[in-house]
Design a protein around this ligand. Structure first.
Ligand code: AMP
Ligand code: MG
Length: 319
């Protein structure tokens, strides 16, 4: 697609700084976000997780069959991808430590239409975690506890900020409810995710994604081969998707089959497939939760742009 340069895409750095100084919601969001980071980190350390430093460039990244522009850099004639997610690195990481996490910066050059969603940036951070030999339910259970722990502590520490920004915020009840994509489509139609989020008053799990809708690395359900052993968490009150995750494919033949099914080129996964062919990959499950979206939800903010400094809104230029 040709990118049209528009006049309004000029960066106005002074305007940006003045906005930060005038509008205290930026400062408030950063206070809450700093606690989200600290609380999540403590929670995972207590559960025996090891924090890994994130990878920004690699010869391989998430294929992410979504509508985003490619982001590559040339280095001495070689091609590096900028991380869209650390899924492949996590599958290797769990061979070194069983339980790992990273606050991973992701670059996804989203189309400018996504600016209206209120929940898309092109440069965001996800708390990305993976556990060796875990099942889907283990990760869902862990994330319910993490979300409850973070929200409970934030409500206790900052009652005034929550009253000011998101007075209807509640500590969710465990277990969160679950609905399969098939069931959700039957009840709500094709726009099921939006409707589900708008109707919900507590976070809700969407499970069993159709195989053609997701990436090759989410594990195929052997008992229901047209679906995956994966999940999304949907925030209530219309805040949309919070988490994606699932069990992973780790067997060479199955990975090859899934890459082909997706219509992807096997050569692009050479480095990864070599490891899989040697039999090094192990069963695992994991997920990623967007930090800016978590901040937006907790404060009930209209747009994700408020949740960080130097936010990059799809289609706009910014410092
Ligand atoms: P994914 O694996 O693509 O679902 O990404 C993991 C999580 O990162 C999502 O569930 C969101 O919370 C967050 N996320 C994904 N894309 C974006 C985006 N463009 N802007 C902000 N957060 C995002
Ligand atoms: Mg997702």
């Amino acid at each position: 697609m040709e990118i049209v340069k528009k006049e309004e895409r000029k960066v106005d750095s002074v305007e940006l700084v003045e906005k930060y100084l005038k509008d205290e919601s930026y400062r408030d969001a950063l206070i809450i976000q700093s606690d989200i980071l600290g609380l999540s980190r403590n929670f995972l350390h207590d559960k025996g997780f090891i924090e890994y430093l994130p990878v920004i460039v690699s010869t391989i990244t998430d294929p992410l069959n979504k509508d985003v522009f490619e982001a590559q850099i040339d280095y001495y004639g070689y091609k590096y991808y900028i991380t869209k997610s650390m899924i492949v690195q996590k599958q290797v990481g769990i061979l070194v430590h069983d339980k790992i996490f990273s606050f991973s910066p992701n670059l996804r050059l989203e189309r400018e239409e996504k600016a209206q969603s209120g929940r898309h940036l092109i440069d965001f951070v996800q708390l990305d975690l993976e556990v060796k030999n875990a099942k889907r339910n283990d990760i869902m259970d862990l994330m319910e506890d993490l979300i409850i722990y973070v929200i409970k502590n934030i409500i206790q520490t900052y009652p005034n900020l929550i009253r000011k920004y998101h007075p209807t915020l509640k500590i969710p009840n465990k277990p969160f409810s679950k609905i399969s994509v098939k069931e959700a489509k039957k009840i709500y139609g094709d726009d099921y995710e939006r409707i589900l989020s708008e109707k919900a008053t507590e976070p809700v799990w969407l499970i069993d994604m159709p195989i053609e809708e997701r990436e090759f690395y989410d594990k195929q359900n052997p008992f229901e081969p047209d679906t995956l052993l994966d999940f999304d968490l949907i925030y209530p009150e219309g805040f949309g998707e919070s988490i994606s995750g699932g069990e992973r494919e780790y067997e060479y033949e199955q990975i090859v089959k899934r890459i082909k099914l997706k219509g992807n080129n096997l050569e692009n996964y050479d480095d990864y497939l070599k490891i899989a062919k040697k039999g090094y990959l192990q069963p695992s499950a994991g997920c990623g939760i967007g930090i800016e979206r978590f901040t937006r939800y907790i404060l009930g903010l209209e747009h994700i742009e408020k949740t960080r400094l130097f936010a990059k809104i799809p289609g706009k230029f910014s410092i």
